[in-house]
Design a protein around this ligand. Structure first.
Ligand code: SF4
Ligand code: SF4
Length: 111
């Protein structure tokens, strides 16, 4: 029985099913490029108050807080990847200072 490849050609897919890998080994990739559209509040770090203790960095369940280093490679500050932060507030809860404010998404906040 011959296969109709018209849908694959019409929708612009590069390969028909017969051309996909037949094992469970696939080239690594990612599912999304942004995952934060439903966040209602966002964490804003007050860098002037931050002691660089890294608690927020370690406790963020999504790993969206990252280290910013200066030209010598020394840890200079912490920043939030707002493309993936879900606004759960764990970082603000564990910050011992505290110097992370959860700001209403509608109000903007520092991006
Ligand atoms: S609000 Fe939640 S997801 Fe966003 S940086 Fe803080 S701990 Fe991570
Ligand atoms: S938990 Fe607070 S003080 Fe510690 S690194 Fe994060 S923002 Fe800075």
């Amino acid at each position: 029985m011959s296969r109709d490849f018209t849908p694959y050609l019409r929708d612009g897919l590069a390969a028909a099913p017969e051309q996909f890998a037949r094992s469970t080994c696939f080239e690594a990739g990612h599912l999304t490029s942004v995952n934060a559209g439903w966040r209602s509040v966002r964490p804003v770090i007050d860098a002037a108050q931050c002691t660089l203790c890294l608690s927020c960095y370690l406790y963020c369940p999504d790993g969206t807080i990252f280290k910013v280093r200066d030209e010598e490679g020394t840890l200079a500050s912490l920043a939030v990847d707002y493309d993936f932060c879900k606004g759960c507030g764990v970082c603000a809860k564990v910050c011992p200072v505290p110097c992370i404010a959860m700001v209403d998404e509608q109000e903007g906040g520092a991006a």
